[in-house]
Design a protein around this ligand. Structure first.
Ligand SMILES: [Fe+2]
Ligand SMILES: [Fe+2]
Length: 316
């Protein structure tokens, strides 16, 4: 689609105003890991980490409250690690597109450099979280995906598809915080604070993703866009492969901690964990109203159907 149909003119001074607004907000909400977020705290393992709205543990029958609390902590640990992992390729792609502004629009360049700086800080924050969680949980937990190989695979796809995936992630991050993490009174305060501070900076990132995604879209021929849609589908399915591996690993860790279950209970646990991870990292993003609006604004009906058809088995 052209910029006419997306409603965004990337050469419009309005776009520069949006970059400038992102810089202003980025400066206003800026935080530091130790001074503002961690504040010498450690995790309280009598509390949940990830909220019910994301864990889907209310679907699990025959597990005690303390077992569900441990599952919410395992899912929370994976949640923090997942963000640390995806931010590797997000940052690399944003640095890649920033080359468009090395000369010329220095406001856009500053907005993207701040974005990159924030993602480096977020990765450091999530590494700190992993250490804090490991200190309070029995050994045996494993985060399966490795950030660099995953980033290399993602970045082998078209820029359009990587920016689409990035926009999807940065929009669902906000929805997760606003709808599920913020309102749950039973969560670890430290865990909630981490995602409150993260959300404050991600709000600007999603705006920049949208501008850069449209900008890239305006460059493509219909055939290139059509191929990029297949790339996006391939990326979503690759994410699903990671989720299958991680949910299996997290179930194994739980069983290792608390002992074997009946085959029926184990099957149920596996199904709920995979369903929860698909909800967190794929489905809640696809159904996010702004993302759906953006994607459907760029694609033809046939292309939208192709995406929906490919992802239907994951929606369950
Ligand atoms: Fe981030
Ligand atoms: Fe971000």
């Amino acid at each position: 689609m052209s910029t006419e149909t997306t409603g965004l003119d990337v050469t419009d001074p309005e776009t520069t105003v949006r970059y400038a607004r992102c810089i202003e907000l980025s400066k206003r909400v800026r935080w530091e890991i130790d001074r503002d977020v961690i504040r010498s705290r450690s995790f309280d393992f009598d509390q949940k980490f990830l909220p019910d709205g994301l864990t889907q543990l209310d679907r699990l029958q025959g597990y005690s409250a303390s077992e569900k609390r441990l599952l919410s902590q395992i899912q929370g640990r994976t949640y923090a690690n997942m963000f640390g992992m995806v931010e590797r390729f997000i940052n690399a792609k944003l640095l890649d597109v920033s080359r468009e502004y090395w000369f010329g629009d220095q406001i856009a360049l500053e907005a993207l450099i701040r974005f990159s700086d924030e993602e480096l800080k977020h990765q450091a924050l999530f590494r700190r979280l992993e250490h804090l969680m490991a200190a309070g949980m029995a050994p045996g937990y494993q985060f399966v995906p490795e950030a660099d190989p995953v980033a290399r695979l993602v970045l082998s796809k078209s820029t359009w598809a990587v920016l689409a995936l990035t926009c999807h992630i940065e929009l669902f991050t906000q929805t997760h915080y606003q709808r599920s993490i913020h309102p749950d009174p039973e969560l670890s305060e430290l865990f909630r604070d981490v995602f409150r501070f993260h959300w404050k900076e991600e709000s600007q990132h999603a705006v920049l993703d949208e501008i850069e995604w449209h900008r890239e879209d305006a460059r493509l021929t219909p055939a290139q866009r059509d191929a990029a849609v297949d790339d996006l589908i391939a990326l979503m399915l690759a994410v699903d492969g990671l989720l299958r591996a991680q949910s299996e690993s997290d179930v194994r860790y739980f069983i290792h901690r608390l002992g074997p279950r009946s085959p029926e209970q184990l099957d149920q646990l596996r199904a709920v964990m995979l369903r929860a991870y698909r909800w967190q990292y794929i489905v809640s993003g696809i159904e996010q109203p702004r993302f759906f609006q953006l994607l459907s604004g760029l694609l033809t009906e046939e292309q939208m159907n192709r995406v929906t058809h490919a992802l239907t088995p994951l929606i369950g």
